[in-house]
Design a protein around this ligand. Structure first.
Ligand SMILES: [Zn+2]
Length: 175
């Protein structure tokens, strides 16, 4: 979490939501706890906090067609490539105070005064604290997606060359 905060620039409720939820899903995809970041791709909701978590934790990158952004009804859709196991991650109903969403919408439209913005920041900070004290199972609904189609509308022509020899067997020197 400390590393994601450095990558994103600050700790915020969106980052906490994304980190905790994606961690939960990745542990379901890789039950031994070793996440293969060359074997994972992700679709993220457009939130700037969620997209940073998505690329940082999964290693998914737009330019290698392992990450794209879409207005999906969940936070993320994450897929393990070797077995096609696909999970979607949603916040459970009622976890996030409704006031945060309604005020955030107004903030995006520049319709909040400084004091209202301060109030929103306090609400978000206490929501972050609440999330960090809860169990992921109580915050998120992680469900399998059986008919998911990877459909990035962006064009990708770059090859990720640093793992192109990944399947090469270990070197054995014969005497
Ligand atoms: Zn943020």
């Amino acid at each position: 979490m400390d590393d994601v905060v450095k990558f994103h620039g600050h700790l915020c409720d969106g980052l906490a939501v994304g980190f905790l939820g994606l961690k939960e899903a990745l542990l379901q995809l890789y039950p031994d706890g070793i996440v293969d970041r060359t074997n994972t791709r992700i679709v993220s909701n457009p939130s700037p906090c969620l997209t940073d978590v998505a690329v940082y934790l999964t290693g998914g990158r737009y330019q290698y067609n392992t990450f794209y952004v879409n207005k999906i009804p969940s936070l993320f859709i994450v897929q393990r490539l070797d077995n096609n196991q696909t999970l979607q991650i949603k916040l459970r109903e009622g976890v996030k105070p409704k006031e945060i969403d309604s005020l955030s919408n107004l903030a995006v439209d520049n319709k909040l005064s400084s004091c209202e913005l301060e109030h929103l920041r306090e609400l978000e900070n206490s929501f972050t604290d609440k999330l960090l004290s809860m169990s992921a199972k109580d915050i998120f609904e992680v469900t399998p997606l059986s008919n998911f189609t990877w459909k990035s509308s962006l064009s990708k022509t770059f090859v990720k060359t640093d793992v192109s020899n990944k399947k090469s067997p270990p070197c054995v020197i014969e005497n």
